[in-house]
Design a protein around this ligand. Structure first.
Ligand SMILES: [Zn+2]
Length: 185
């Protein structure tokens, strides 16, 4: 089932996601609904907060993006990122490479707003799957950026927090308008 995507201004986007201790039917259904919602919106990632649940759960799929490549290893083995998609990750723990690169980013909770954001070039991530397995991945390229964006969401951090003050200032009236619209419902 497609879920409504929560927009900027709703305080749940600032909520810290609760760790998922065990996977029940509700979590499986939520994950499936999040995948459907993300795909329908042509997004590459979606966090539980964006559909109104403050949980450590995110889904990603970068397989449709052709102009921004990714590389990844899964449990130590190099894999084709497209073949590993979609990802459903619970309780992710992320470690950032020190090297930083600027890249364009958007967010489904901020329609039509994009900005260049500095992110680590690559990341190492550990998370649980719906099946209760622990997976470890190294990611670079778009996938590394998307993972950082989604893990931020799970901790109540938004991409506007990572923008340069100049970029944020230039968007301030649009952000205020969006916030107002969201609060009006
Ligand atoms: Zn986002």
């Amino acid at each position: 089932m497609r879920l409504p995507i929560i927009k900027y201004g709703n305080p749940i986007l600032r909520a810290q996601g609760k760790v998922i201790e065990y996977v029940d039917k509700r979590i499986c259904t939520l994950a499936a609904d999040m995948l459907e919602t993300m795909h329908a919106a042509n997004g590459v990632g979606l966090a539980a907060q964006q559909v109104g649940a403050a949980l450590q759960l995110t889904v990603l799929d970068i397989s449709q993006v052709e102009d921004r490549p990714s590389t990844m290893t899964l449990n130590g083995a190099e894999v084709d990122p497209a073949s590993a998609m979609p990802l459903i990750l619970l309780n992710p723990r992320i470690r950032l490479n020190e090297e930083v690169v600027s890249g364009n980013e958007g967010c489904l909770s901020f329609p039509d707003i994009t900005a260049d954001i500095d992110r680590a070039v690559s990341v190492r991530l550990e998370a649980e799957t719906l099946e209760g397995e622990t997976v470890r991945m190294d990611a670079a390229g778009l996938l590394a950026r998307a993972l950082q964006h989604e893990v931020d969401h799970l901790n109540g951090i938004l991409f506007i927090d990572r923008m340069s003050s100049v970029a944020k200032a230039s968007l301030s009236s649009r952000l205020k308008r969006l916030q107002k619209e969201t609060l009006k419902g």
